[in-house]
Design a protein around this ligand. Structure first.
Ligand code: ADP
Ligand code: ASP
Ligand code: MG
Length: 405
């Protein structure tokens, strides 16, 4: 008998008909003699709807209350999925994140999992039940509900797979697997059969929202092998694992676009040791993840700092910088949201040169201006204007020979 974790995302549980289809699939897996843990997201659109309702009643909602609200979406789908299974004659029970023993830290809206006590889930599995767990949520040590960041049901599934020592973890979504680029933007994108954790992580953290970045990080750390596949068919998906043979032969594995970043420019600050430290300390203390950073050469003792943060954090970033501005010489903060980050990712970049030159030339030929640049061993990212991001992704996909025949 195998233990299997199956996660179904928002579109896969988007309405009652789809929930019935999910139940059929789970029933099939259980009928093959497997113990099954199912993790579900909220119906597609629900989390966004709840977020906008929160903002309609309060300019700056408390993160604790936000978690209380957002966790509602998943609670609807666990109950409906359990009921749909009952209707098909399958013994199933729904659990909130807290009931499934998912303990997190206190960082509301982006909490980290500290431990999982899977004993309650395991007890139900041993009793022959399918266990349906609410994705995206946990509980902190004070007993308050927390959420794991957008797309966090992926993390719930991977962490539960690790905790119950599952033989298999399947992430069911609305595309056939991980592609060389978002297939909704790049029509010629191809499905990748196998990909390494490192490449998957870079793609995910560069904006390929098919997997939540932290879930991939967790999978790598705990050695959870998983497959991303479609909930609408039985095609093989993409297996994500440690090593993929001949990996370095492929120079660029994929292209990612992130439209959820904002650029912040802190100008007119004193060009002296400590200024940057104060700015980034304030942001870190507010739990804001800063991505690209550029510091201009100072002139006349005055410098500018430019960096990117998730768009959802811009208000919080501005607020957290207010108290330090005086200390660093007055400064001025400007926010630009009409930007996108375009990234090319591939382990093969470690051993091949010229990727940056080809990328920059391709964009220059299309008169697309590059604003910021960052590189890592296996990734190059550029910030460009939002309006041209999709076109740029298609151009770059072609340049690196990724287009399907
Ligand atoms: P779920 O609700 O199942 O978690 P998401 O919407 O979070 O699904 O992720 C699936 C979506 O990710 C796809 O519909 C696709 O548009 C997008 N996506 C972005 N980049 C990629 C990629 N490289 N490969 C596959 N899908 C991608
Ligand atoms: N419902 C949450 C979101 O929309 C979590 C998830 O779907 O994974 O971000
Ligand atoms: Mg998702």
């Amino acid at each position: 008998m195998s233990r299997i974790v199956q996660k179904f995302g928002g579109t896969s549980v988007g309405d009652v008909e789809r929930i019935k289809k999910v139940a059929e699939r789970v029933k099939l897996t259980a009928a093959q003699g497997n113990q099954v843990v199912v993790v579900v997201s909220a119906r597609a659109g629900i989390t966004n709807e709840l977020l906008s309702r929160a903002r309609a009643v309060c300019k700056d909602p408390s993160e604790r209350e936000m978690d209380m609200l957002l966790a509602v979406g998943e609670q609807e789908t666990i109950a409906l999925t359990a009921m749909a299974l009952h209707d098909q004659g399958v013994d199933a029970v729904s659990f909130t994140g807290a009931m499934a023993g998912i303990q997190t830290d206190r960082a509301h809206t982006k909490a980290r999992i500290v431990t999982i006590d899977a004993s309650a889930v395991e007890k139900q599995l041993e009793a022959g039940k399918v266990v349906i767990v609410a994705g995206f949520q946990g509980i902190n040590e004070e007993g308050h509900i927390t959420t794991l960041g957008r797309g966090g049901s992926d993390l719930s599934a991977i962490a539960l797979a690790s905790a119950v020592k599952a033989d298999k973890c399947e992430i069911f979504t609305d595309v056939d697997g991980v592609y060389t680029a978002d297939p909704r933007i790049v029509g010629k994108a191809q499905k990748i059969n196998e990909i390494s954790y490192d490449e998957m992580l870079e793609l995910a953290s560069s904006g390929s929202k098919v997997m939540q970045p932290r879930s991939v990080e967790f999978a790598e750390k705990h050695g959870v092998l998983f497959e991303v596949r479609s909930s609408f068919n039985f095609n093989r998906g993409t297996v994500v694992k440690a090593e993929v043979p001949h990996m370095e032969k492929v120079v660029v594995r994929g292209v990612a676009v992130d439209k959820d970043q904002a650029k912040i420019i802190v100008s007119n600050i004193l060009d002296k040791p400590g200024s940057a430290a104060k700015v980034f300390r304030a942001l870190a203390d507010a739990n804001i993840v800063v991505d690209m950073i550029v510091q201009n050469v100072g002139r006349n003792g005055i410098a500018n700092l430019t960096f990117t943060v998730p768009q959802g954090d811009t208000l919080k970033a501005q607020k957290s910088l207010e108290p330090v501005l005086d200390e660093i010489g007055g400064g001025h903060v400007a926010v630009h949201e009409a930007i996108a980050k375009l990234s090319v990712v591939g382990v093969g970049m470690k051993t091949h040169s010229g990727v940056a030159a080809d990328l920059f030339k391709g964009l220059a030929d299309a008169s697309i201006n590059i604003d910021l640049i960052t590189t890592s061993e296996i990734k190059i990212s550029v910030v460009i204007e939002l309006d041209r991001a999709d076109e740029a992704a298609r151009i770059v996909h072609t340049i690196f020979g990724l287009d399907a025949e």
